[in-house]
Design a binder for this molecule. Structure first.
Ligand code: F0G
Length: 348
């Protein structure tokens, strides 16, 4: 069967009427890659759910097809979001597809260039604030009501509905749920969605057991781990630089109900995981490397049982922010254009 996006694929599990025009870019159906190196390192069977292959390069597309489909069906002409970058890239693309206006509020200086480029190329109206994501989000929420816009952040209920399809795809592929599910946590919508998806499959008898859910925040931006909001969150993983997550409770519930935990990982370990993934051919952005850093941390602490199956969700593509890849590597050598100098440069 040809793939026509997550709404068509999981229509019976999503609240979309038959006559509704579906706004899709063919999102979902992302690879679940077995990782030889991480499996060897940890003694687990490790899989990577590579969400970077979605149309705009992140998992946000799963929820955005739902949010924009519903917004368009309701007659809305404009959508708005606050974003650390990926939500705005996705909202801009899906709004363009639907012929709607998209307005975006981002924290100045803390959005990767690829993500900003996406919002701009799709014609979104982008405004930067002299503040962080949490402040942008607070303002955005207040716009709905007095102004004719629909908020498409993950507080939009359709976003979380769409994102649960990630859990369905994992179970469909493995023909069961993994034992451990590891995922980055920023605004905490995605972990909430995945947990909902797994529980739905379990309730319908499609899987026999549920995974333990482990969410990972960056150490300088770890409000859920600390138990209180962080006023000035800091991390190199700008996608999850969030001090006051909207779905805080959802994340806590996922962790506690499943016997998992919300943990933090250092920026240094995120960067190491980023490089490790890249050396296995998988280019994921820094935030996406947090669950891999977390996997290695929990495994080193002996908290994961060997032989079990673990899935790490790699939420966004590495090309979103090439600066980290380039800064960590030697500059290419510039030589004369002839075979001898080229061969010498290669060390042949
Ligand atoms: N990974 C990436 C690449 C993200 O862009 C985000 C969130 C997350 C993980 C965390 O997901 O918020 O559901 O816990 N990015 C949002 C944005 C905040 O604006 O693009 P979450």
């Amino acid at each position: 069967m040809t793939w026509r996006g997550v709404i068509e694929q999981y229509r019976s599990r999503l609240d979309v009427d038959d006559g509704t025009h579906i706004v899709t870019l063919g999102e979902g159906n992302t690879p679940l890659l077995h990782s030889q190196r991480l499996s060897e390192k940890t003694g687990l069977e490790v899989y990577l759910k590579y969400e970077g292959t979605n149309p705009t390069g992140s998992f946000k597309d799963r929820g955005m097809t739902m949010a924009i489909t519903k917004a368009a069906a309701s007659g809305a002409e404009a959508v708005v979001c606050a974003s650390t970058g990926n939500t705005s890239a996705s909202a801009a693309a899906y709004a363009a597809r639907a012929g709607m206006l998209c307005v975006v509020l981002i924290p100045s200086g803390n959005v990767a260039s690829g993500k900003l480029a996406q919002a701009l190329v799709h014609g979104a109206k982008v405004v930067e604030i002299k503040g962080n994501f949490d402040q942008a989000f607070e303002i955005t929420r207040k716009l709905e009501g007095p102004y004719p816009v629909v908020v498409v952040n993950s507080t939009n209920p359709y976003r979380l509905e769409g994102q649960k399809t990630g859990a369905f795809e994992i179970c469909d592929r493995l023909e069961r749920a993994p034992d451990y599910h590891l995922i980055p946590v920023g605004n905490a919508g995605n972990i909430t969605s995945y947990w909902r998806g797994y529980r739905e499959y379990k309730a319908d008898g499609l899987i026999g057991s549920l995974p333990q859910m482990f969410g990972f925040q960056a150490q300088g931006s770890a409000p859920i781990v600390l138990g209180y909001p962080v006023e000035s969150p800091k991390t190199i993983a700008t996608a999850i630089r969030i001090g006051r997550p909207a779905s805080w409770e959802g994340a806590n519930n996922a962790a506690s109900e499943s016997g998992g935990q919300i943990c933090s990982v250092s920026d240094r370990s995120i960067l190491e995981a980023y490089r490790l993934l890249a050396f296995e051919g998988v280019f994921a952005e820094l935030a996406s490397s947090a669950p891999v850093a977390g996997l290695l941390q929990l495994s080193a602490e002996g908290r994961l049982e060997k032989g079990k199956t673990a899935v790490c969700v790699l939420t966004g593509h590495g090309l979103k922010d090439p600066s980290w890849a380039i800064s960590g590597a030697p500059r290419p050598e510039l030589v004369e254009a002839n075979i001898d100098t080229v061969a010498r440069a290669f060390g042949f």
